[in-house]
Ligand binder design. Structure first.
Ligand code: FAD
Length: 443
């Protein structure tokens, strides 16, 4: 069997490794447009911020190692520019080999999503950066290393924008974050996001909320950003992080069906509408695990899981993907924010009635040194079914949200959370864990 994979990072590399485990004999070819495969996208901001010191640590797998370990035919600097489903071939533009065709028995698409670059005046300035891959990272790293780089404007208060604002601040830059909406970090409800925004401000990040950028003006070594209400902010460079869109232009004449925002449509086996073509990761539309609606959730966990499931199905295992619940986490200086499932905004939009409980217990027994406050917000239905949760605090936020995320995966209720028997000794928790406390309060 010959399987072609398009995209060599999260979804693509997972699919390749799983395929090899399931089928020792398959010919697996992985095409990647960039020079690198399987790099740590999620680590890029921390390398720019110097928490990760060595560039080589970002390269989780090299093409050579992928070949040695899994016998994958990895072809980098090779872009798939077209697919012909009738002859079951892809057209490849390779730096080394020019254009050629390659045939497949099964095709797995994991092309990901790319940063949105709005068509605004001045957008072509070389002082405007985006961050997706290693070449982008190298450019940013060079920019911040320049002796006269002292300030940055981050546009967009999503995960990447906030992580970058933090990391640029950590290396001593003067940072302004401009956000179009009234709050940062959309997966959180406003009061939770507000705590994280304050942490940014307390560490010297200037926030400009509800401001839409209208143009960029480059003057000498500076770039000025103009906003909808007439403000102007100048800095040495701009990081644009206003969201991503599926990187699927190469699929336009294939007959593959797309959703309203350009995501590839797949069924629960991650098959597209074209036989033997599967798609996974940031480029696909998925089902919201909590409310069943169609959504798109560009996160690494879902991409990796989907890559594995598509490989299972290429091998006839019939595995299904049951949806994404958007479990996510972010470090904002000393604080951590984490969320899972639906927030109030989503529930209101979907017309789903819900109850809210918010508790503020300590992260561990208050008599043991170092206990810090933690806020947990629980959203649930009248029958107790869990719909979502958010938490903000200094310590132990991750495990509380992971407990609740697990309960949501099993369609659990508030009563189930109350029953959970969780690990306790004073340095770690309380005999009534914060997750139990949230449930007791909700019951
Ligand atoms: P990608 O990982 O983007 O891989 C797609 C690959 O396909 C790309 O390398 C691209 O070059 C290649 N490609 C595209 N088209 C073609 C073509 N036609 N031919 C050949 N190759 C092609 N998620 C989290 O859950 N937690 C985090 O902390 C987190 N942090 C992030 C930080 C940053 C800076 C970024 C950019 C992303 C972060 N993410 C995080 C998101 C996560 O990285 C993505 O959800 C995940 O990588 C998606 O996997 P994917 O395989 O769909 O796409």
């Amino acid at each position: 069997k010959k399987v072609i994979i398009v995209g060599g990072v999260a979804g693509g590399a997972s699919a390749a490794a799983r395929l090899r485990r399931l089928d020792e004999a398959a010919h697996i070819i992985m095409f990647e447009r960039d020079p690198y495969i399987s790099f740590a996208n999620c680590g890029l901001p921390y390398y720019i911020g110097d928490s990760i010191k060595e560039r080589s640590k970002l390269l989780v797998q090299t093409p050579e190692a992928m070949h040695r370990r899994f016998n994958i035919d990895v072809r980098t600097e090779s872009e798939v520019i077209g697919i012909d489903p009738t002859t079951k071939t892809v057209l490849v533009r390779s730096k080394e080999r020019g254009e050629y065709r390659e045939s497949y028995d099964a095709l797995i698409l994991s092309p990901g999503a790319k940063p949105i670059r709005p068509n605004l005046p001045g957008i072509e300035s070389s002082r405007i950066h985006t961050l997706r891959n290693i070449p982008d990272t190298d450019r940013l790293k060079q920019r911040v290393a320049l002796e006269n780089t002292a300030s940055a404007i981050v546009i967009g208060g999503g995960f990447i924008g906030v992580e970058m604002a933090e990391n640029l601040r950590e290396i001593g830059l003067d940072v302004t974050l401009i956000e179009g909406g009234p709050q940062i970090l959309a997966p959180f409800d406003p009061e939770m996001a507000g705590v994280l925004a304050k942490e940014l401000e307390d560490h010297g990040v200037k926030l400009l909320m509800s401001q839409t950028v209208t143009s960029f003006i480059e003057q000498g070594n500076r770039i000025t950003v103009q906003t909808s209400d007439g403000r102007e902010v100048s800095a040495d460079f701009v990081l644009l992080a206003i969201g991503v869109k599926p990187d699927t232009a190469f699929l336009k004449d294939t007959g593959i069906e797309f959703g309203p925002r350009g995501h590839i449509l797949v069924n629960d086996k991650l098959e597209t509408n074209i036989p033997d073509i599967y798609a996974v990761g940031d480029a696909v539309e998925v089902v919201d695990f909590v409310n069943g609606s169609k959504t798109a959730i560009p996160l690494a966990g879902p991409a990796n899981k989907q890559g594995r499931i598509a490989a299972d199905n290429v091998c006839g295992l019939g595995t299904t993907y049951k949806g994404s619940q958007g479990t996510s986490i972010i470090k904002v200086f000393g604080l951590t924010g984490a969320a899972t499932g639906n927030n109030e905004r989503t529930l209101q939009r979907m017309g789903i009635p819900y109850h809210v409980t918010v508790v503020h217990p300590n992260s561990h027994a208050s008599y043991y040194p170092g206990a810090t406050p933690l806020s947990i917000k629980l959203l649930f239905q009248s029958d107790g079914t869990l719909l979502g949760a958010q938490a903000v605090g200094y310590d132990g936020v991750d495990k509380r949200i992971d407990d609740i995320a697990t309960a949501i995966r099993f369609r659990g209720t508030v009563a189930d959370l109350a029953e959970l028997e969780l690990a306790y000794a004073p340095p770690y928790s309380s005999a009534k864990d914060p997750v139990n406390m949230a449930a007791y309060t909700a019951e």
